[in-house]
Design a protein around this ligand. Structure first.
Ligand SMILES: *Cc1c(COP(=O)(O)O)cnc(C)c1O
Length: 234
């Protein structure tokens, strides 16, 4: 059975307190760090809870699941795609999501741009970088990032807002720390070279968001700590 709203609200209070603690430890203002509720595999109620609590954004990792859930939800909230996107689903993604965080190839950038153009809209995107060099993760290689950024900036219907990464799964917390500072440094370098701000650094999940905040995260993507464990790993 899915958790109650009261349970969700207690968990969300706790997550927000931990975000505030991590911000204080890093000398940062908690207002600089957004909380995205990851609702993948959970029922539409998960989205309603997030909206009722006042969270601005939910994240889904599958286009189809996100699109279906969106049809079941009456609350007004932002939807972001955080999972791998095949370019043949670009149109569906551009139709149903407010931002796509998983742009990891020039081809995908072009397909999303074309889809956004057909829909007569601008689409916000983040570039997903495999900053931990994890063979099990999607994301552009670090070396490919400058070319990918150039290509994305060249698409007139895309608005490139920053970078996203997922740290490798590891028992060693220093792996996540290294991954997050790699993404932060890459962002600083790319922003300087290209003369753009790339403000958003989407990094940190339930198990590692404090480390991500210490490294400069502006958006943590939290599922398990808000909703409990998912039935099946995704
Ligand atoms: C599932 C998922 C999350 C949330 O993970 P939790 O450990 O449940 O907080 C964050 N980011 C991405 C890309 C995900 O797929």
């Amino acid at each position: 059975m899915f958790i109650t709203y009261d349970e969700f609200s207690r968990r969300a209070d706790q997550v927000r307190a931990e975000i505030a603690t991590a911000c204080r430890a890093a000398g940062r203002d908690p207002a600089e760090v957004g909380l995205l509720a990851v609702t993948k595999t959970h029922p539409a109620a998960a989205v309603e809870y997030a909206a009722r609590y006042g969270l601005p954004t939910v994240g889904e990792n599958r286009v189809q699941e996100g699109a279906e859930k969106r049809g079941q939800v009456s609350a007004v909230i932002r939807w972001e795609l955080i999972g791998h996107l095949q370019s043949n689903k670009a149109k569906l993604a551009a139709t149903h999501f407010d931002r796509v965080q998983s742009v990891d190839s020039e081809k995908l950038a072009r397909m999303l741009d074309r889809a956004a153009g057909e829909l007569g809209r601008k689409l916000a995107v983040l570039l997903q970088i495999n900053a931990g060099r994890d063979p099990a993760k999607f994301g552009a290689e670090i070396e490919a990032a400058p070319g990918l950024l150039d290509a994305a900036l060249g698409q007139k219907n895309l608005v490139v807002e920053g970078l996203m990464t997922i740290a490798p799964l590891s028992d060693d917390p220093s792996v996540a720390v290294r991954t997050f500072s790699t993404l932060r440094e890459l962002r600083d370098r790319l922003a300087a070279q290209a003369g753009v701000s790339l403000r958003e650094l989407s990094m940190g999940m339930s198990g590692d968001f404090a480390a991500a905040i210490a490294a400069g995260s502006t958006l943590v993507r939290v599922g398990t700590a808000l909703y409990g464990s998912r039935a099946a790993p995704t």
